[in-house]
Every structure is written in structure tokens, then in C-alpha cells.
Design a protein around this ligand. Structure first.
Ligand code: NAD
Length: 246
């Protein structure tokens, strides 16, 4: 049976770890060819594990030239670009708003907000050449619920949702769909790095009573990347175990 992404070419950022690595694995299993992008170097291990249909690529997603280069790699290596998953981000330093430094704000905005714009900006002209595509961005439930000490992260994730909607309405008629995923608490490298007690509280406050596996987010990315979601664009979809419904 053909895979759900058979014949499609995807660029996935933050593919060295967590949700990005889980998505690269799933997309490959479903027949896609992938450029696995990260700044950490871990994209090489993922590509080695996944085989010749996955190419590792080093890029900083906050830099326009590097974003262009990663997208061009999909075309030069695999002949087209159908899917961009803008997923890389950082949590940034945790400080209350009255103590948050300008430098920390700028860094989080560059990696989490500006990168969303850059991905959209440079993927669209390429996708138009190949008749359309699907752009997915990982936002967060932090786009709709305030988390203390994360002013830059929450603001950037909210901006990703609005950029998603603007690009979606602009290019809907030309076959490019643009959607965002808003995860709740997921077990990844990002959550390994934060206060485990605070995380336990978030897990317990989630109606499902647990954190999610990265694969539970990757499953939605697969649906949004595939033609099964052909009438879905401009959507911001929560994967939060009910957290924001309380
Ligand atoms: N884990 C959670 O609970 C959670 C919740 C909501 C949203 N998210 C979002 O999910 C996405 C994936 O995060 P994750 O949880 O898998 O974390 P992760 O830390 O495991 O993965 C993030 C990856 O992004 C890469 N990265 C960081 N800065 C980069 C840059 N400038 N250029 C290229 N790559 C860069 C890192 O090296 C890392 O491999 C992020 O957008 C994150 O904000 C995560």
C-alpha cells in the first residue's frame, strides 16, 4: 500500500530532537523524502537512522539565507518542495516580565517568531512553482494561555498563529495550505530542560492526566502534510490533552 506522503518532499526544522525527529521518522515511513534541518548536529544521527530518503542539513532558522539554503536543498536533492514543517524553537531564559532582558527577548523572537516568517516567506515562491504545498508551524498552547516567566515564548507562539492565518488566506486559491499545531506538554528535549516539578503540575492539570509523546504531535503533522487535510487551511489546532479547555 502506498504511504500517505508518497512522492512528496518535506523540509522539517528542529528535526534533530523531540517532535521534529518523531515527525521525520513518521514522514519517512509514509513515503516522503526529507531534508532534516537542525542547528544541533543531531540531524545527522536522525538521517543515518532513516536512510537515503532523509538528508541532514545544518541551518539556523533565524537566518534568512540559511532558511533559503535549506529549502533549495530539497529541490536540488529531491526535485521539488511540497511540505515545510517550521518546528524548531527554543524556550529561552525564564524570567518574569519585569526582569526579562532585551537580549533574551530578541533571541527567542528570532528563533521562534522571525523563523516562522522566514519559512513562509521563502517556501511560498518555491511551492508556487510546483503547484502548491502544505506549510505547518509548531506554535504552542502558550499562544493562547499565559505561562509565567515566558513573555517572549508566548508572544512569539501567538505571532506564529497569526502569520499562519495571514499566509493561509493569501495563498488558499493557489493551492498552498498553511496551518499551525499548538502542543500542550510533550516529553522532549525542551521539557527535559525545565523545572520538573512545574512540569509535573502541568501534566496533572491536563485533563488526560499526563504529558504526551512526541509521536502524538507528529500524527497531526502527518495529517496536515497529507492530502487528507485538503480543505484545512488557516487552522490552529491544539494537541493538549484538554489543558486549555478547563
Ligand atoms: N515539548 C513541549 O512541551 C512543547 C509544547 C509546546 C510547543 N512545543 C514546540 O514544539 C517544537 C519542537 O520542540 P520540542 O519539544 O521537540 O523540543 P526539542 O528541544 O526536543 O527540539 C527543538 C529542536 O530545535 C532545534 N533548534 C533550536 N534552535 C534552532 C535554530 N536556531 N535553528 C535550527 N534548529 C534549532 C534544537 O536544536 C532542537 O533539536 C518547538 O517549536 C516547541 O516550541 C513544545
Amino acid at each position: 500500500m502506498a504511504g500517505r506522503l508518497e512522492g512528496k518532499v518535506a523540509v522539517i526544522t528542529g528535526a534533530g530532537s523531540g517532535i521534529g525527529a518523531a515527525t521525520a521518522t513518521l514522514f519517512c515511513r509514509e513515503g516522503a523524502k526529507i531534508v532534516a534541518v537542525d542547528i544541533s548536529g543531531k540531524q545527522a544521527e536522525v538521517a543515518t537512522r532513516l536512510g537515503p530518503n532523509c538528508i541532514p542539513f545544518h541551518a539556523d532558522v533565524s537566518e534568512g539565507k540559511e532558511v533559503q539554503a535549506m529549502l533549495e536543498k530539497a529541490v536540488s536533492a529531491f526535485g521539488r518542495l511540497d511540505i515545510l514543517y517550521n518546528n524548531a524553537s527554543i524556550l529561552g531564559r525564564m524570567r518574569r516580565s519585569g526582569e526579562y532582558s532585551e537580549e533574551d527577548f530578541d533571541e527567542v523572537w528570532a528563533v521562534n517568531g522571525r523563523s516562522g516568517f522566514l519559512g513562509i516567506r521563502y517556501a511560498i515562491p518555491i511551492m508556487l512553482k510546483y503547484g502548491g504545498g502544505s506549510i505547518i508551524s509548531t506554535s504552542s498552547m502558550a499562544a493562547v494561555v499565559a505561562f509565567k516567566k515566558e513573555i517572549a515564548y508566548c508572544a512569539a507562539k501567538a505571532a506564529v498563529c497569526m502569520m499562519t492565518k495571514v499566509a493561509a488566506v493569501e495563498y488558499a486559491a493557489q493551492g498552498i495550505r498553511v496551518n499551525a499545531i499548538l502542543p500542550g506538554a510533550i516529553k522532549t528535549g525542551m521539557t527535559d530542560g525545565i523545572d520538573q516539578l512545574a512540569l509535573k503540575v502541568v501534566g496533572q492539570a491536563t485533563p488526560m492526566g499526563r504529558m504526551a509523546e512526541a509521536s502524538e504531535v507528529a500524527n497531526l503533522a502527518l495529517f496536515l502534510a497529507s492530502d487528507e487535510s485538503s480543505f484545512i487551511t488557516g487552522s490552529t489546532i491544539l494537541v493538549d490533552g484538554g489543558y486549555t479547555s478547563i
